[in-house]
Design a protein around this ligand. Structure first.
Ligand SMILES: Cc1ncc(C[n+]2csc(CCOP(=O)(O)OP(=O)(O)O)c2C)c(N)n1
Ligand SMILES: [Mg+2]
Length: 421
């Protein structure tokens, strides 16, 4: 028998064998799911019967490392991160008080979320473009935004790099590769994906990172962005700060599923849930996600479980919708700054004396920047017409003339001496 004949016989035997298998053993061939198989059991995948997605953690509430797999951070790096978290927390307290005194018009703290923001920022590289929500000033500070920059923005002075045209906390730092804060929820998320896609096409080896709250995750933009990122394989790290509340809306009223992490799986991306109050876990998760996203050109979703210890903003009074005991638990028993501080003290890298002198140093620096900004001139009102169009349209030129006329007549009512006109 020739070799060709042997092959022919083998092929027809295989054909016979496959046509004789029972219907139920057929392989599914649906284009909509390449990996699915048939089952004879009618069974819902009921999330209520599934265990919750686990939370990755390294450091316990008492400052002890619980795994051999902790990130390799040097003592200097750890102290630098701790100092940055502590500075952020002290700056928040001072700016919050100053709003209560009527000195700045508005403020939002990130109390309780210091490890989530500083830990993630420390795990990124400067080439990674960041798209924040509004509670991530710690990322700006980590990258080199100064206390003075923060104060000029919050006081809307002529030194503010957005020319005083935004409410306090809407920072912007192009030179630090951080996009402007926009409080229109979730608009930053598709932007981050588009930017990552553009980087990918250009062959730029960087990830984009977008922060958003669990409340913002209910916006359609987040779903569209996740799907687009997964399908187009965009190296974006989605960092959801799940802090338990969206203003007064608790997570029970926000979603019925197991948080945000499970949505990433649904969209076909690698997804992690992490203890967001654990600096080590946050750092490890984000640096690993960065590697995975670049090596595989794919998005990663990280849900950082944390708690918003402060009010939503200075316009909110959270005692109306949550108990003081709940807040106290997170503030005292599971504080990210406290947990890292305990660890550093156990390792003798920090002590009570350093804590006291650093607190004084921070206060001095914060108040120095605060005072400069408080007495600085406000930006010229005429700047309101600039930067949208390359040159002024007829309508804008007319409006500017009207303002000039108006200020000529009523200027005395505007304290124009306080403005950089
Ligand atoms: C599109 C849009 N809808 C509503 C608001 C009003 N708003 C501002 S912050 C906020 C809650 C957001 O909560 P979350 O995303 O969990 O972030 P967190 O404040 O907890 O950090 C809402 C509803 C908004 N700014 N933009
Ligand atoms: Mg929230």
């Amino acid at each position: 028998m020739t070799l060709r004949l042997v092959h022919k016989l083998k092929r027809s035997c295989t054909r016979f064998a496959s046509s004789s298998i029972s219907h139920t053993d057929e392989r599914a061939k649906f284009t909509g799911s390449k990996k699915t198989n048939f089952t004879h059991e009618l069974k819902y995948l009921n999330p209520l019967e599934q265990p919750a997605f686990p939370t990755f953690r390294v450091l316990d509430n008492h400052g002890n490392i619980k795994t051999d797999d902790a990130p390799k951070l040097s003592d200097e790096e750890l102290v630098k991160i701790y100092r940055s978290m502590a500075l952020l927390s002290k700056m928040d307290k001072i700016l919050l008080q100053s709003q209560r005194q009527g000195r700045v018009s508005f403020y939002m703290t990130c109390s309780g979320e210091e490890a989530a923001v500083v830990g993630s920022a420390a795990a990124l590289q400067d080439v990674d473009t960041v798209f924040t929500q509004y509670r991530e000033v710690g990322v700006f500070l980590w990258r080199g935004f100064t206390l003075q920059d923060v104060m000029h923005q919050c006081f809307s002075t002529h030194k503010d790099n957005t020319k005083g045209r935004q409410m306090p906390i809407h920072y912007s730092a192009k030179k630090l590769n951080i996009q402007c804060v926009s409080s229109t929820l979730a608009t930053q998320v598709p932007n981050a994906v588009g930017y990552a896609y553009s980087n990918k096409i250009k062959g730029i080896k960087a990830v984009t990172v977008t922060y958003f709250g669990e409340g913002a995750a209910s916006e359609g933009d987040v779903h569209a962005a996740m799907n687009m990122a997964a399908v187009l394989r965009c190296p974006t790290i989605f960092i959801c700060r799940n802090n338990g509340y969206a203003i007064s809306t608790s997570t029970e009223d926000q979603y019925a599923g197991d948080g945000i992490v499970v949505r990433g799986y649904g969209y076909g991306m690698r997804s992690l849930r992490v203890d967001g109050n654990d600096l080590f876990a946050v750092h490890k998760a984000v640096s690993d996600a960065r590697k995975v996203a670049l090596e595989n050109s794919c998005p990663v979703l990280i849900e950082l479980m944390t708690y918003r210890v402060g009010h939503h903003s200075t316009s909110d009074d959270s005692t109306a919708y949550r108990s003081i005991d709940e807040v106290n638990y997170w503030n005292k028993e599971d504080s990210p700054v406290g947990r890292l501080g305990l660890y550093l003290m156990k390792r003798k890298l920090w002590d009570a004396e350093k804590e006291n002198s650093y607190a004084k140093e921070c206060r001095k620096e914060i108040m120095a920047a605060f005072n400069v900004a408080e007495s600085a001139l406000k930006p010229s009102p005429y700047l309101v017409f600039d930067d949208v169009y390359d040159s002024h349209s007829t309508q804008i030129a007319e409006q500017k003339e009207h303002l000039e006329e108006h200020l000529k007549i009523y200027g005395e009512h505007y304290n124009l001496k306080d403005y950089d006109v």
